[in-house]
Design a protein around this ligand. Structure first.
Ligand code: BES
Ligand code: ZN
Length: 647
């Protein structure tokens, strides 16, 4: 038996190794690798007893990143009662889950958890049997609960771990005000389970209510109804009456103040950041109105922003009614506010129409990136639209050059992988470029009408890539049979790279930047003689991002003397410059590099720097030092994304 088992597993290993012929099979497959692969096969839902290696066909509607059983017992509502204990860095309390049996005799509820201490499970005051299974590194541990007959709710009493992957507990020193601690959660993709036991799948939508208990001087806010005038008594009540996927459940607690920006928009931030944030993002209300006019009514009542401390690992997170925003985009000139357009756009693409599994992330991010460009054009005009589209396109090209072909596919196969490890520009920029091609083929007005009906058709639903394609089949592919082609759509979605003949964004404003750079590189102009008075941040970014890989010390010093890049207050410009500095070991910028790495935790800004530094022994030693100093203040996601570069 064991031999047969081994044989079939080996066949599987071979099949997974990109279908290489048997004679190329690794000869040193050990017991351990076999076991690991059996485990992998379990996750992949592959029959290891099958003698002929299966092709491992994907079940496109299955969420491979959740243990939950919503097909049998579906969770529909959560009622949270949690105390935030900053001394032990734990959320302590309970969640009452309301369930709906999907099969008549279903009596087992399976929830996702990660590093949670489950203290007890009760229903109508009585203890209920439960079994917390062994944890998987990517998925956490399944919690099996035996439902009493007829029970419609169960209550789970639990505590989070101080190291919960979806929460960051900041000391006062890590905040703007330095006086009070701060807590924020970040659930996407699979981290809600680290602070609530729940069915952590984007296919499951829940409404929620919450009571959050905090130290009296702090305010709690959630991705739900927030009342800025609430009495600050340390007990805060929330209600999210619209069903949302678990990755949109969010909580933050801190010394927060509120400032209104418009009828439906406002900012929550620490007092010292509030005014600058409200000024930077004052166009949010107009963005909201413009997006509604094009893509249908805003479904979420208010749209507020929460400005996080600089350790927030993302640029932004589209938590409904309250987007979470990095402070690193407060540049003083609105140059980086496309981030707000992006998080706002998710109110349509993502929060209203939701990806069904993480393979379908491009439906969230690609549509949102497309909408972001369109919103930016409506608010700031065509030049800005073109410049941002070119910069996005260049990011995409860089990823296409560096990523494995399998990771360049929109409908990416993530079985057995952690979605955090596969973050790239592909779902964003390739997704947006695909939609831009359809727009160009059928005409902008027609495409806008399509988007409007798409958002309406799938409102408050989770959909797979395949359901999207089926919808295209019924709609645009019929209406514009002469302009669109199914095989090309399939190439965009299921093949790596960018299909030949795809749109190539262009910007007139960049032509003169190219000229200036070329003239300078050729030695025909001095840097300080370049006419840069009217350049925008986007032009500066384009100027820097398209420098040749190698510049010499004299050239770098000349640029820095002329434009003070090392001192740039714009975090994106500083990032582009520091990348150049690291590649060319331009030491005068290293002090800034060090303070950049130790004061910002936004992964998109720090990870490329760590990666570049890790390529030389000196660089690695420098990276290690910065990382060790920064680590206590980094979010768990930023730590795990970068620790490999400093080992
Ligand atoms: N929803 C994403 C962040 C995210 C994606 C978290 C996948 C975890 C898994 C958010 O809307 C986003 O895309 N943020 C970007 C914004 C940028 C593209 C404007 C970011 O943080 O950089
Ligand atoms: Zn996004």
């Amino acid at each position: 038996m064991k031999n047969i088992f081994r044989l079939s597993t080996l066949a599987l290993v071979i099949a997974l190794a990109a279908c290489s012929p048997a004679e190329n099979a690794p000869s040193d497959v050990t017991e351990d690798t076999l076991n690991a692969d059996t485990l992998n096969a379990d996750i992949l839902n592959i029959d290891t007893q099958n003698q002929i290696a299966p092709t491992a066909a994907i079940d496109v509607s299955k969420d491979y990143h959740s243990y939950a059983n919503p097909d049998e017992v579906l969770v529909t509502h959560l009622n949270l009662d949690l105390s935030a204990d900053f001394t032990v860095k734990k959320l302590i309390g309970s969640v009452q889950v309301t369930v709906k049996r999907q099969k008549e005799n279903a009596d087992e509820l399976i929830l996702d958890t990660r590093d949670l201490a489950i203290l007890s499970v009760t229903s109508s005051g009585e203890d209920v049997p439960f079994d917390l299974k062994a944890a998987d590194e990517n998925l956490g541990a399944a919690l099996h609960i035996t439902l009493p007959k007829g029970a419609e709710t169960v209550t789970i009493n639990y505590e989070t771990s101080p190291a919960a992957s979806g929460a960051q507990w900041l000391t006062p020193a890590q905040t703007a005000g330095k006086k009070h601690p701060f807590l924020f959660t970040q659930a996407q993709a699979v981290h809600a389970r680290s602070f609530i036991p729940l069915q952590d799948s984007p296919q499951v939508r829940v409404t929620y209510t919450a009571t959050i208990r905090t130290p009296k001087e702090l305010l709690a806010v959630m991705s739900a109804s927030n009342d800025p005038d609430t009495e600050r008594d340390g007990v805060y009540e929330f209600n999210m009456p619209q069903p949302i996927p678990s990755y949109l459940i969010a909580l933050a607690i801190g010394d927060l103040q509120f400032k209104s920006m418009g009828e439906r928009t406002g900012v929550y931030a620490e007092p010292s950041v509030l005014d600058s944030a409200a000024a930077e993002f004052e166009d949010t209300e107009n963005m909201l109105i413009a997006t509604e006019n094009k893509y249908g009514p805003y479904s979420w009542d208010r749209y507020d922003l929460l400005i996080l401390p600089p350790s927030f690992p993302f640029g932004g997170m589209e938590n409904p009614r309250l987007s979470f925003i990095t402070p690193t985009v407060i540049a003083g000139d609105k140059s980086l506010v496309s981030l707000i357009a992006h998080e706002l756009a998710h109110s349509w693409s993502g929060n209203t129409v939701t990806n069904a599994t993480w393979r379908d992330l491009w439906l969230n991010e690609g549509f949102t990136t497309y909408l972001t460009y369109r919103i930016m054009e409506m608010i700031y005009g065509e030049d800005r639209y073109n410049m941002e589209a070119v910069l996005g396109y260049q990011d995409l090209q860089a990823d296409i050059e560096s990523l494995e072909p399998a990771d360049q596919i929109l409908a990416i196969d993530l079985r057995g992988r952690n979605p955090d490890d596969v973050f790239s520009n592909i779902p964003y920029e390739k997704g947006a470029l695909f939609l831009r091609e359809i727009e160009q083929k059928i005409g902008r007005d027609n495409f806008d009408r399509f988007l409007l009906s798409y958002f309406e058709r799938f409102s408050f639903k989770s959909i797979t890539t395949d359901e999207f394609i089926a919808y295209l089949d019924e709609t645009l592919l019929q209406q514009y049979a002469d302009k669109l082609d199914k095989s090309r759509i399939n190439a965009w979605i299921f093949e790596p790279g960018i299909p030949e003949g795809a749109p190539v964004p262009e910007s007139d404003a960049f032509v003169k930047v190219d000229n200036s750079r070329e003239q300078w590189l050729a030695g025909n102009t001095r840097a300080n003689a370049i006419e840069t008075k009217d350049w925008t941040v986007h032009q500066w970014l384009y100027f820097l991002n398209n420098m040749p890989e190698r510049l010499d010390e004299r050239q770098l010093a000349e640029l820095d003397a002329a434009f003070s890049f090392t001192k740039s207050k714009n975090n994106e410009i500083a990032h582009s410059w520091l990348m150049i500095a690291v590649t060319n070991e331009y030491k005068p910028a290293y002090e800034r590099l060090y303070s950049y790495l130790t004061s910002i935790g936004r992964n998109k800004l720090v990870k490329p720097l760590y990666r570049e530094l890790s390529k030389t022994p000196d660089g690695k030693a420098f990276a290690k030092k910065a990382f060790e100093e920064a680590k206590p203040g980094y979010h768990p996601l930023t730590v795990s994304a970068n620790e490999g570069y400093v080992e």
